[in-house]
Design a binder for this molecule. Structure first.
Ligand code: AMP
Length: 280
């Protein structure tokens, strides 16, 4: 696997790939890789795309300094995992490469997406996500961008700016990969003790509960019961919400027909986790 650290080197390298008429599949990550990340690499390889992964812990998307300081970093292991998965190229920039001197902060219009759920509980987070995705896509110009359903709202945010700024880039959203008990794989799980991992199963169980007990009509009670289940295991609940998948708007009543998903953010010990599930 070739490892490139400079944007200019990567651009030159990818120009050569493009000249060979290979589509470029791009998998951006913040490292501490697990099978969820590797499933995106595999999806890109299956599309017969030249697969580029990036690892960059993006400081601008952390609204909480200690979260950034504690974010797991396992670069040697990550490189071994990518090589094992057959990934041919890794972009591993430092902060100055992504945000060079003179870099101008932009504002991205995200509409309502910025004010609900992750947008509401992590102020500035999505502006930081957009900043890094904009920089990474301006350098890599991929044909296909591979994202994980695990970060459902983030997928919607990235789709919104990509459609506007990089219309030639297609987005593929890949299913959430879970631990055997149902816990969604996340780099942040590395910070959970064994006991906390058990408690964290409450997210998956609360989503499954909502799926099983869903019926047409008001959803308030269903959401309240899910919150109670999470609290029973000592989790701090930021939100339990249900959205209409066609436009990602929060719904309070379900007509029994439209596709909907449940989304949860909750804290286990010092670790904030998110998860979501298609309910219908
Ligand atoms: P991150 O390193 O957490 O920024 O994630 C990089 C990419 O991997 C994002 O598109 C995530 O949505 C995706 N991802 C993270 N966890 C999972 C998972 N459990 N299953 C599938 N994709 C995931």
């Amino acid at each position: 696997m070739i490892i490139l650290k400079k944007a200019a080197d990567l651009e030159t390298y990818l120009a050569d790939i493009r000249a060979k008429s290979l589509p470029i599949g791009f998998v951006p990550t913040m490292g501490a890789l697990h099978s969820g990340h590797l499933s995106l690499v595999e999806a890109s390889l299956q599309h017969n795309a030249f697969t580029l992964c990036s690892i960059f812990v993006n400081p601008t998307q952390f609204n909480n300094k200690s979260d950034l300081a504690n974010y797991p970093r396992t670069i040697e292991k990550d490189i071994a995992l990518l090589e094992g998965a057959g990934c041919p190229a890794l972009f591993l920039p430092d902060t100055e490469e992504i945000y060079p001197p003179g870099y101008q902060t932009k504002h991205y219009d995200l509409g309502a997406l910025e004010h609900v759920m992750e947008g509401k509980y992590r102020p500035g987070h999505f502006q930081g996500v957009c900043a890094v995705v904009d920089r990474l896509l301006s350098i890599t110009r991929p044909d296909i961008l591979f994202l994980g359903q695990k970060d459902y709202q983030q997928c919607m945010v990235i789709k919104k700016i990509t459609d506007r700024l990089y219309p030639d880039t297609r987005i593929e959203i890949c299913p959430t990969i879970r631990e055997p008990g149902g816990l969604a794989m996340s780099s942040r799980n590395a910070r959970l003790s064994d006991e906390e991992k058990q408690k964290a199963l409450a997210l998956y169980n609360a989503l499954s509960f909502m799926k099983t007990n869903l019926k047409p009509g008001p959803l308030e009670n269903l959401k309240k019961q899910a919150v109670q289940q999470l609290e029973k295991y000592g989790l701090g609940v930021d939100y339990v919400q249900i959205v209409d998948d066609s436009n990602f708007s929060i719904i309070d009543t379900w007509d029994g027909a439209v596709k909907i998903s449940g989304l949860i953010a909750a804290t286990v010990g010092a670790v904030r986790l998110i998860d979501n599930m298609s309910l219908y």
